[in-house]
Write a protein that binds this ligand. Structure first.
Ligand code: GTP
Ligand code: MG
Length: 217
């Protein structure tokens, strides 16, 4: 579809410790690419993907930044306008699961209260040889914190599409109603479009429709 031919634009953010596979998940979902040769993301990248949900065309705008403090962009701008978040840990690294607490706290400080949250345990392809975080522990944590939950593998693609799609479907269930109420009485095409603030200029510099510059995959 043409760039502006959509009913809703939803911004979601990916957060989590460095090396958990955030950038690989993004590139797997938006361009079906994966790389084992990874560099930590510098600044902010984002990519978009179009999808149909219900009777509407959704433009998914997914933002990615480094889990490393020194490479991160301004936190407020990163979270502003986000309607969903993926909190990613690595199932082979217990510390990345423990740090989900930290990422949740940051979200609660900077993001909208109604943001849709999904806990994502990535690298499920390594489960047999290297699992450190059990599915049960992750499910319990997700349920206590009112998060959706999936285990994924950016490497072998398992659950990547369904995880992202589930977030957008949940956002779609929650967000448009509020917007529709605000826009009551308005008519004509595009009235239900949620125009989010454009990415900050630092991101824009590196941006193309699929901005992957400087990232891993
Ligand atoms: P930062 O940008 O530093 O926060 O890291 P990141 O979370 O974006 O991690 P990145 O996507 O760069 O991936 C880190 C490393 O994990 C890379 O070597 C990837 O190839 C690898 N990786 C990512 N996803 C998977 C996966 O699903 N399975 C396996 N086996 N490796 C993965
Ligand atoms: Mg990255």
């Amino acid at each position: 579809m043409a760039d502006d031919d959509y009913d809703y634009l939803f911004k979601i953010v990916i957060i989590g410790d460095s090396g958990t596979g955030k950038s690989c998940l993004l590139s797997r979902f938006t361009s079906d690419e994966f790389s084992l040769e990874s560099k930590s993301t510098i600044g902010v990248e984002f990519a978009t993907k179009s999808m149909d949900i219900g009777d509407h065309k959704i433009k998914a705008q997914i933002w990615d930044t480094s889990g490393q403090e020194r490479y991160r962009a301004i936190t407020g701008a990163y979270y502003r306008g986000a309607v969903g978040a993926l909190l990613v840990y690595d199932i082979t690294r217990q510390s990345s699961f423990e740090n989900v607490d930290h990422w949740l706290k940051e979200l609660r400080e900077h993001a909208d209260n109604n943001i849709t949250l999904m806990l994502v345990g990535n690298k499920s392809d390594l489960a047999e040889s290297g699992r450190q975080v059990s599915v049960d522990a992750a499910k319990e944590y997700a349920s206590d914190s009112e998060m959706l939950f999936f285990e994924t593998s950016a490497l072998d693609s398992s659950n990547v599409d369904v995880a992202f799609r589930t977030v957008f479907e949940r956002v779609y269930e929650v967000v448009p109603k509020a917007v529709a109420q605000d826009a009551e009485g308005a008519a004509g095409p595009g009235q239900n479009t949620i125009k989010l603030k454009p990415p900050m200029s630092a991101a824009e510099d590196a941006h193309s429709e699929k901005s992957q510059g400087g990232g891993c995959c």
